[in-house]
Design a protein around this ligand. Structure first.
Ligand code: ATP
Length: 299
């Protein structure tokens, strides 16, 4: 019946409209599937009742191995490292090394196959989901920007935020000019999926949104794409501002994000192959030296 109704629907619509409707349907279904993937977690995954502790370690990976469901090989293998509060850790490595997957294990989009991920001293599986989420701000590479105004997008993270607070975070991520150039200010439309903004501006809007929610720990997947010089500088400054006095794990594709990191974790084939600071790793890790020579932009 549904197919028949859809058939009739498409039959009576002009082709252009039908194609547009079809595209929207596909987009909608994609979003729905994603939401379903996130919401459709087994009940026991939410069974944690532990409270966060107040030790010095924000995030710890301990012997973490992970394979995607149905995959023959793990994409993360026996990974161990710790991230202290107030420090910046950069994850670097070739495409497919498992860097983004590590962030998703902290967020608990997936559960480890072996080992433990701890946030604020507690196994993430033992924390109620809302307690875990309150600890974390996650900015994906293609961070979603919704049709609507700048204000709408910022309010997603902090419904009670004032205009003054919004302008402050937009300034922190170098987006003040986006507000200035629009007569509507914070009421400026960003377009469907944020098309009226550049890719770099979209990511910085997502960072601003996360800043408003002020989570203790930031997980950032830096965009791989080549940004123009202006956006490049704006992103670096935004990350520096955001990282100041905060805990951050960043999947880094730019040398400028890495050189000042307190800890750099070099990954290859799912494993940690070296850890250290920039100057040390240049001496001790052939892979790091190679990545750094190429300015790190892989994938
Ligand atoms: P990049 O720098 O290209 O983003 P990465 O180091 O972040 O790479 P991941 O995105 O963590 O690497 O991917 C690690 C491996 O896991 C890759 O081989 C990738 O193809 C695979 N992978 C990623 N997501 C999924 C998924 N949802 N299902 C199955 N395999 C996946």
């Amino acid at each position: 019946l549904v197919a028949f109704v859809l058939y009739l629907f498409f039959l009576v619509m002009p082709l252009g409209q039908a194609l547009h409707a079809y595209t929207q349907l596909q987009t909608g279904l994609g979003a729905l599937q994603r939401m379903h993937d996130i919401l459709d977690v087994p009940a026991e995954q939410d069974a944690g009742t532990a409270a966060v502790t107040s030790g010095p370690v924000a995030v710890a990976f301990d012997g973490v191995t992970f394979a995607y469901a149905g995959a023959a090989q793990p994409v993360v293998r026996d990974v161990s490292f710790a991230v202290a509060y107030g420090t910046r850790t950069a994850l670097v490595g070739p495409s497919g090394a498992g860097k983004s997957t590590l962030l998703q294990l902290v967020e608990r989009f997936y559960d480890v196959t072996d080992g433990t991920v701890r946030v604020a001293g507690v196994d993430v599986r033992d924390l109620p989901r809302q307690v875990l989420r309150a600890q974390l701000g996650y900015v994906e590479q293609e961070a979603p920007v919704l049709a609507g105004t700048l204000r709408d997008n910022l309010r997603l993270a902090a419904p009670a935020a004032t205009d003054a607070q919004m302008l402050e975070v937009l300034d922190a991520v170098n987006l003040a000019d986006v507000v200035d150039r629009a007569p509507e200010g914070l009421g400026a439309q960003v377009g469907e999926g944020g098309v009226l903004l550049s890719g770099g501006e979209r990511q910085r809007l997502a960072i601003a949104r996360t800043l408003l929610a002020a989570p203790p720990i930031l997980l950032l997947d830096e965009p791989t794409s080549n940004l123009d010089a202006r956006n490049e500088v704006a992103l670096r400054q935004a990350i520096d501002t955001v990282a100041h006095n905060r805990t951050m794990i960043v999947v880094a594709h730019r040398l400028s994000t890495v050189v000042d990191a307190d800890q750099i974790v070099v990954m290859e084939g799912g494993r940690v192959v070296a850890t250290g600071r920039h100057a040390d790793l240049l001496e001790t890790s052939d892979l790091y030296r190679e990545l750094a020579t190429n300015q790190l932009l892989v994938a």
